[in-house]
Write a protein that binds this ligand. Structure first.
Ligand code: SF4
Length: 375
């Protein structure tokens, strides 16, 4: 394989003190995992990849799981280990996901001292009944306190991660949560519509009728989110993401734009020159493999032109930059006048953008614009 530069690095830290019933990411409670061995394994995985790949990251993103579930000493070893192994002269963003209750003032100060430029705080909701339904282990006040701890420590940019259209969450509850979020003046907000994911307790409860899905509620909550956050000066730059000017997530933008990235850690995915691979989703086995200097990859595929195109359409359509018209197949182009007449899209000479009316229908419009897989 021809060596080309990879500029985006993702690290998956799969530990959560409590597992949320709606979450489909690979995660587990720390149990008796040997954390020092886990940190060694991640650094070793990086070293193994460096034999094949040129890495000079512009962005590094710690996701999970809960990266802040790692102790201060393990976070220090991990980030120092990255700094020793990598040329970070191009680094523009070092982002870490955090959960309320896992960030003490000492840990927040350490993160700043380690060079963390951005923290994404998993708040999800600001009212206790919704947090209880979501199985979250923090109270609303604890999330507010954690936000202030991170601000006071001097982390340059803070994101709030929120979820809407949760059963029993009225529009008033969601709106009150948005107002509380805005009162904290975050640099960035990620607002996700609840979806029922495979292999989750929530999906089972949805299938038995206990937890509902309601498209009117989805649309009301989403529309209110756009109106309130745009009025407060946030750019709606991706379907679920809003940023103050100059405060977009560089790592996520690179992913939406189709940049190559290397993922480290259990279950992490990577994409390099249209080859995608995935690591084993088993922390114990991951540690064992790396202790034997074996790469922990369990799946690898070369994306077909059509798979690649489908992904580009689905991701670009979600962004403020819009979908490049060069991606639209001639066999699909006849849909454009219809979508324009329905006021769902508008066209520039080079791109297709969703209108305010089109934004809630992003997935349906993407389906319309994706050509059928050749037989
Ligand atoms: S804390 Fe985050 S990663 Fe962990 S179970 Fe909950 S939603 Fe999933």
């Amino acid at each position: 394989m021809h060596r080309s530069l990879i500029q985006h690095l993702y690290l998956h830290i799969p530990f959560c003190h409590r597992v949320c019933p709606y979450c489909s990411f690979y995660k587990h409670t720390p149990g008796n995992t040997d954390m020092a061995a886990f940190v060694d394994a991640i650094l070793n995985e990086l070293t193994l990849h460096q034999r094949q790949l040129d890495l000079r990251p512009k962005t590094i993103y710690f996701g999970g799981g809960t990266p802040t579930a790692l102790s201060r000493s393990h976070l220090t070893t991990l980030i120092h280990g990255l700094r020793q192994r990598l040329d970070l002269s191009d680094l523009q963003e070092l982002c870490l996901e955090a959960n309320p209750k896992t960030v003490s003032p000492a840990k927040a100060t350490l993160l700043r001292d380690l060079g963390v430029t951005r923290v994404s705080l998993g708040v999800q909701a600001w009212d206790q009944p919704t947090l209880t339904l979501l199985g979250r282990d923090h109270a609303p006040d604890e999330a507010t306190e954690t936000f202030h701890i991170l601000r006071d420590a001097g982390i340059p940019a803070l994101n709030l991660d929120l979820m809407f259209s949760i059963p029993h969450q009225t529009l008033d509850i969601w709106t009150a949560g948005l107002h509380h979020s805005l009162s904290l003046k975050p640099d960035h907000l990620s607002c996700y519509n609840l979806t029922y994911e495979e292999d989750t307790d929530f999906l089972q409860r949805h299938q038995t009728g206990e937890l509902d899905q309601n498209q009117d509620r989805d649309a009301d909550h989403f529309g209110t989110t756009i109106d309130l956050l745009e009025a407060a000066g946030y750019e709606h730059y991706e379907t679920s993401n809003f940023a103050l000017p100059g405060r977009r997530s560089l790592h996520n933008q690179a992913y939406w734009q189709g940049a190559d990235y290397l993922g480290l850690g259990p279950s992490a995915s990577s994409t390099h020159q249209r080859t995608r691979w995935k690591n084993i989703s088993d922390t114990t086995r991951y540690n064992e493999l790396l202790s034997q200097n074996r790469v922990p990859i369990v799946e690898s595929e070369d994306l077909t032109d059509n798979q690649w195109l489908m992904e580009r359409i689905a991701l670009e359509l979600r962004t403020a930059e819009g979908l490049s018209l060069s991606r639209i197949a001639p066999s699909i182009a006849h849909w454009l006048p219809t979508l324009q007449t329905e006021n769902l899209i508008h066209l520039t000479p080079t791109h297709l953008h969703l209108t305010r009316e089109g934004k809630p229908l992003v997935d349906q419009i993407a389906e319309t614009l994706i050509p059928e897989e050749p037989k």
